[in-house]
Design a binder for this molecule. Sequence first.
Ligand code: CDP
Length: 239
Amino acid sequence: MYPDKKITIAIDGYSSCGKSTLAKALAKKLGYIFIDSGAMYRGVTLYCMRHQLILDGKPLNEKIEQALPFIKLSFIYNASTEKHDLYLNDENVEELIRMPDVASNVSHIATIKCVREKLVDEQQKMGQYGGIVMDGRDIGSVVFPNAELKLFVTASPEIRAERRLKELTQKGVSANFKTVLANLVERDLIDSTRTESPLIQTKDAVFIDTSNLTPTEQLQLSLTFVNQVLENCKDKTNC
Ligand code: CDP
């Protein structure tokens, strides 16, 4: 059903809208690589928090730029979760980067130009041979502007907050709906209004509202778009 041709799939959208769940499921179905670019921004944020590079919620941009060469990020497959865990300087930080304290700082770190340049460069190298599904905020606009398929995913803020709260509760992290919702709304605002690579829906992206879709339904819907792209690619030499 899925031919040798391996395309690039860019998934962008608001916080906790189901992007990573969808990206992971698509990659599994297609036999592609899945990269959660948000994990990389979270990894840099954790490093900055540990090294006092954020003061009263404000990133110390110059010091962060000097620290960047010392921040090594990598993804290593974890067979028990069937996911790639993020490693920060060879330490598995997959759990730590999902904690609310990282969530409340990450969007500030993600506004910094040199941070974005470093991570975009690494992301482009990961996707240079295609066969990749990457989710984030600037994937269709900056990282892979020539991606064969771009999806822009959203859901209502309340539904997104409920989903994130459920995830945190399942991990044993105490959180409440109001705080989680406030964090999502704040991050959405910072992400879509920042100067460097703001979150936008590019003209060529397919819009998907997952508010009333189950993970299986959003996967099925997205696979119809994948199949359309692969069908269109059949007779073309340039895709
Ligand atoms: O999972 P969730 O939607 O909460 O966020 P994430 O994908 O883990 O991303 C965390 C934060 O990293 C976002 O709120 C953005 O500030 C930033 N980010 C970004 O700026 N560009 C990306 N490509 C991915 C994430």
